[in-house]
Design a protein around this ligand. Structure first.
Ligand SMILES: O=P(O)(O)OC[C@H]1O[C@](O)(COP(=O)(O)O)[C@@H](O)[C@@H]1O
Ligand SMILES: [Mg+2]
Ligand SMILES: [Mg+2]
Length: 330
């Protein structure tokens, strides 16, 4: 089996980018150890702090953020970073060619119940000139790499550098990420959906109707029954979609009018959208292709509907969008 380094070399990935991805991979191995030790290492539970988004930080949110920040500072190829746990962008190496956006620990609410969590990352080219928030505000289509590491029964990485989506599994003995699926493909059709149903009354009308029709199953207009899965960590839900198809959505809701969306564009939606598109799937807000959104802020939030192409298209048709008529994007 090929190692991550061998695969990146076989894909002729730029040497600096490959080095940066190996730094991220090495850091995720250390995070995997911290996650695995759990209560034994005293890393469970919350801190007293909130991040800029008003969310109480878990100890592991802060620990993993610091681990990634420290590693990227010594990598040499990173101009700047943006993180869910950093209020503002952080300047890293003056000559770095790349910007890295990351969610150091996705699925924070799963930490204390020993359930799935992961790290999500997105790599963008660093523009010339002074580094500021504006430097990061590039559409997801500009990403040169995106991926996540899932700390589950096995530690796995999903990665794309624009050459399809690959899965790697961390070998416990050698501590190498080994290529275990070189061409991940999302099945275009599915009978499985993932949504936090407790928000049902807060969704917009198109999503209400779409989900109601799924729930009616074989006696409704879809004339087939659907199963539901919800891991409550985007990284776990998207991994399932990449493995066996499905539709995952965190739609617009009006529970808190000041916060109509949950997931963050730059370090959750964009990297997942690239992985999904590179695996033959679709990712939209309901009205706009995620990778085409021009960001306005590093912590911007968006609605997300992603997964099996035909099912996402069906969901979008409830929103009045006909994707089959859109010109394809190279
Ligand atoms: O439990 P909720 O409020 O529906 O939220 C679940 C969603 O929130 C998230 O945990 C947000 O990510 P963080 O844990 O990184 O803040 C997603 O992974 C997940 O899909
Ligand atoms: Mg997250
Ligand atoms: Mg997080």
């Amino acid at each position: 089996m090929q190692t991550l380094a061998q695969t990146l070399s076989a894909q002729a990935v730029n040497t600096s980018l490959a080095q940066l991805l190996l730094t991220l991979a090495d850091t995720s191995k250390a995070i995997s150890v911290a996650v695995r030790h759990g209560a034994l290492a005293g890393v469970l539970g919350a801190t007293e702090q909130e991040n800029i988004q008003g969310e109480t930080q878990k100890k592991l949110d802060v620990i993993t953020n610091d681990m990634l920040k420290d590693a990227l500072k010594t990598d040499g190829h990173v101009r700047g970073l943006a993180s869910e746990e950093e209020d503002y962008v952080v300047e890293v190496s003056a000559n770095g060619e790349y910007l890295v956006c990351f969610d150091p620990l996705d699925g924070s609410s799963n930490i204390d119940i020993n359930s799935l969590v992961g790290t999500i990352f997105s790599v963008l080219p660093a523009p010339d000139g002074a580094l500021n928030e504006q430097s990061f505000l590039q559409a997801g289509r500009k990403q040169v790499a995106a991926g996540y590491v899932l700390y589950g029964p096995s530690t796995m990485m999903a990665l794309t550098t624009g050459n399809g989506t690959q899965f790697y599994t961390l070998a416990p003995d050698s501590q190498e990420f080994l290529l275990t699926d070189d061409n991940v493909q999302i099945t275009p059709d599915t009978a499985e959906f993932a949504i936090n149903m407790s928000n049902q009354r807060f969704w917009e009308a198109p999503m209400q109707t779409y989900i109601a029709d799924l729930l009616l199953g074989s006696i409704g207009p879809r004339e087939q029954s659907f199963n539901m899965r919800w891991i409550a960590a985007m990284v776990g839900d998207v991994h399932r979609v990449l493995c066996r198809g499905g539709i995952f959505t965190y739609p617009t809701d009006n529970k808190n009018p000041e916060k109509p969306f949950k997931l963050r564009l730059m370090y959750e939606a964009n990297p997942m959208a690239l992985l999904v598109e590179q695996a033959g799937g679709r990712a939209s807000t309901g009205y706009e292709t995620i990778l085409d959104i021009e960001p306005t802020a590093i912590h911007q939030r968006v609605a997300v509907i992603l997964g099996s192409t035909n099912e996402v298209d069906t969901c979008l048709s409830y929103h009045g969008i006909d994707y089959s008529e859109e010109p394809s994007i190279d």
